[in-house]
Each structure stands twice: as C-alpha cells, then as structure tokens.
Design a binder for this molecule. Sequence first.
Ligand code: AMP
Ligand code: MG
Length: 530
Amino acid sequence: MATLDELNFNNRFTDQLPGDPELTNARRQVEQAFYSNVMPTPVVKPQLVAGSAEVAELIGLDAAEFDNEKFASVFGGNETLPGMQPHAMCYGGHQFGHWAGQLGDGRAINLGDVVSADGSPWTLQLKGAGPTPYSRTADGLAVLRSSVREFLCSEAMFHLGVPTTRALSLVLTGERVMRDMMYDGNARLEPGAIVCRVAPNFIRFGNFQIFAARGDMENLKRLVDFTIENYFPHLGEPGPEVYAAWFAEVCDRTCKMVVDWMRVGFVHGVMNTDNMSIMGLTIDYGPYGWLEDYDPGWTPNTTDAEGKRYRFGNQPMVAHWNLYQLGSALVGLLGETETLQVGLDGFLKKVEADSNAMMASKLGLASLDPEADEKLKQDLFVMLTLTETDMTIFYRKLATVPAESDSIDDDALLALVMDAYYLPKQVTGEVRQAIVDWLRRYQKRVSEEAVSDQDRAAKMNAVNPKYVLRNYLAQLAIDKSEAGDHSMIAELLELLRRPYDEQPEMEHYAAKRPDWARSRPGCSMLSCSS
Ligand code: AMP
Ligand code: MG
C-alpha cells in the first residue's frame, strides 16, 4: 500500500483527448474539447470527517494516510500530488425530458487516474471543490448535508452489490455556503464539504450527446473509440460491429443497475442523461431516497413532484428512454439505426426477464413462471399498497414464513410480517384478509420448491437487505455532524458494510421510519439544492 506521495497517475483521458485551449476559469461554452484544465479552489481549513478504508485499498493507498494532514489538504483541494492533472469534463444532457445543452462538471474536478497495484485505473474526483468553466450560474460548492448523503450512499450501494461510483473521503472545508434547501426563501449558511468520488471513469451519456448535438462527428468518434479501447477492451478494435456490441453492453449494464435499484428500493431522483454513467454505475447522489412504505409512485425529489418522472416504478422505463437518447447521439457515427434498435429492444426484453428473476429471488423461488406465477406477483404488488408497508422489513420478514403447514393459524402467520406495517390498526377486515390470503398462497407456492425453509430464508436474506440507508438515518447523521459530532457517519458506514447480516446489536437501525420523519425535509422530501 502506497503513501500519498507514492501514488502513481496515468491520466489517459487528458493524455489522449484534446482539452480546452482556454485556461482561464471563466464560465463559457467549450467546443471541440473534452475537458477544461481547472484547479480546485483552496479552502480555509480542510478537515477529514470520514474515509472509506475499502476505497483506499482499492486505489492502493495506505488507509493510515487518512491521519496524515496532507490527506485533508489534497482531498479538500488545497494541494495536488505529482502526476495529477485537475480538469472538469464537458458534457450535455437531457434534464427532465428536455435537451439542456452544455452542462459539464460545474462543481466536480477530476484530479487524475491513479493506477492501483493490479494496474486498474481509478479516477479521483472532488465534488464541491469550487467553480469551473461549466458552473453556469452556480458556485461550484457542496454542503455537508448532501456530501454526507453521497459519501454514505455510494458505499452502502457498493456493499449491497449495486454497481456504483465509490467515495474515498468526506472533508469539511471550514467555510460556509449559502443554500435555500427547499427553495422556499429560507436560505441559510451551511458547512461546506467535499467528497472524493472514485470510479473507473466519470463518462456520462451526456459526454457523447454534446458532440452529437453540435454535429462534431470527429470528436464523437474519438470519445467512443477511447471509451471502448480503455474500458471495454474485451470487445475488440473499435469499428461498426464493435460499436453495436458496445451499445448492447451499455444497455445490459444499465439494465443490471436499474434492476438492482428496484431490488433494494432505491430511487435515484434525477435520472437525467448527464447523470447516467457509460459504465452502468449509479452516479450523482442528489435527491435520491429509499422506499420506506412501498409505493411505486414515490419520488423523493420535490423538483419532480409534479410529473413524478423519476418515481420508483418508472425507473426501468426512464433508463430505456435515456439509452434511446444515447443511441440517437450515436446514429451519426453508425450511419444507421438498426443496430441501436436491436440494443434497445434487447434492453426491454432483458429488463423484463431480469426483473422477474430478481422478484423470484426476493421471494425465495428458483424462478417465477411468467404465466402460472404472474398473479401471485401482481397480487403481491397490490397487497403491498393496501396499507403502508415497509418494503425492506416486509421481505426480510417474509423469509420467516414457513412453507405450507397446518400448524400455523392466521394470527400467527400475520404476526410474522406485522412489523412491516406502519399503521397496524389498518390491518383489519378486508386488508387483513387480503394479506393472509396472499401469505397462504405464498406458503403453498414455496411448498412446491424442493428447498427447506431454512435454506430459502438464507437465500432470501442474501438479496433482501436488512439495513439500508433509510432517509431519516442519513438525516440524523447529518444533524449530528452539523453540530460537530461525526460519529454517526462512521457508525452507519460500518453498519452498511454488511447490509444483509442480522447484526443484532444494530437492530434499531432496521426500524421503520419514525413518525417525526414522515414529512420532515431531508427525510421524505429532498430538493436538488446541495
Ligand atoms: P445534477 O443534475 O444535480 O447532477 O446537476 C446538473 C448540472 O448542474 C451539472 O452540470 C452540475 O455540475 C451542475 N451543478 C449542480 N450544482 C452545482 C453547483 N453548486 N455549482 C456549479 N454547478 C452545479
Ligand atoms: Mg449531475
């Protein structure tokens, strides 16, 4: 494991692709270039709040370096290491269904690509390190609140087995940043913070779209070739057939990511095409949220409250829409649309098949028969919405329901899942009967499988997490951290390293959202303000 000074950089993006010749840090349109060189803005007093030891290991950095003053200085943006080449990337994107033109890294600065011991490159990116040419009207900064949420959630998602960018560190800047959290005229000064994000690269659908939108086919091709050569080398030399295979793989990876979101109850909140990673990683943790009571129509993002475009249940179709936009950007390169259509159709088929397989695994079944089991599945989705039902707790408790037996009466059966209900008083009459009926059918269905209750429970518990970053838990950690006590961030980071384990001493973190959090901003409602 290396010290900070021993880290090795090989910045392929900036070495191989042309940058913006203009070197001033003024907001502008940047054409025919992939990035602009820009230094992080120095901060008053960088202080490390939290670090992820696993991510340090991933990039080959000795985690003991967290205690080195130089660490906070580098990852707070006050100094760079030899070999780094700080830059902000140029990209565009569709925001809420509309083409928005140039966006770019308005508050993210890539420091460079560190080469780990096994040779794999990892881009280090500071989020909130000051303005760039892409900052438009904003300040380039980030606050503690949103940075805690990004830091914890990226690591939690990784440990849940969901493809994601990672987070190395969370640094307080010692400065205050003005934010109007709910856009309601109540601006306040909040502590500034910077997260260092880590991923193989931070290339987004929007990086391709911006060249296509500007009719810059030469640079579009360069970016596609660069991406395939560096990150999809198994596909072979770039060329028409490889382009098609690459697009199909991007569709597959995006499918895996979104099906995983549906499995764990994650709502991204801002699935704009500038927030879609070409690697199929969950990227840009903003007003995301975790389903508490199961509601496919829920979105945590108040900016999206009206159309609810990015609601939980719509995520697979939005992923498809976004892939269509990426495909459209590639049409000029391919000269035809057929291969792209094949990829998009493949996505639709795969998302359906994979969602079915995912649901089977959540239910502890080897597979769900598209015909015989369809009603059981559809009725489950209806049952989960009859009364507020905590999704995470429900699936965890379902694992304790035994296969068909005479020995368990309705009351005892219901008692097994009762913890999942927010309003137990509503679990009477028809609602109670519908739940019991469904559980009886479930018992009968699992009896058809040649697997013991114990083995089924173990399988279910490996895909149905016990612990997720409940919205109110993140908020409690933020409240404490803003008051100077950062211990809950470390505690949640530790907890969420093993989300599928029982961890009996941590049981309180598996509890349903308390009533106070039902309508508190930050818990059930989030805006893009960060
Ligand atoms: P988002 O959808 O939140 O990922 O951001 C959309 C665009 O706004 C991206 O280009 C961001 O870099 C930019 N952006 C968001 N917040 C800020 C900020 N505080 N300062 C500068 N740019 C920002
Ligand atoms: Mg973004």
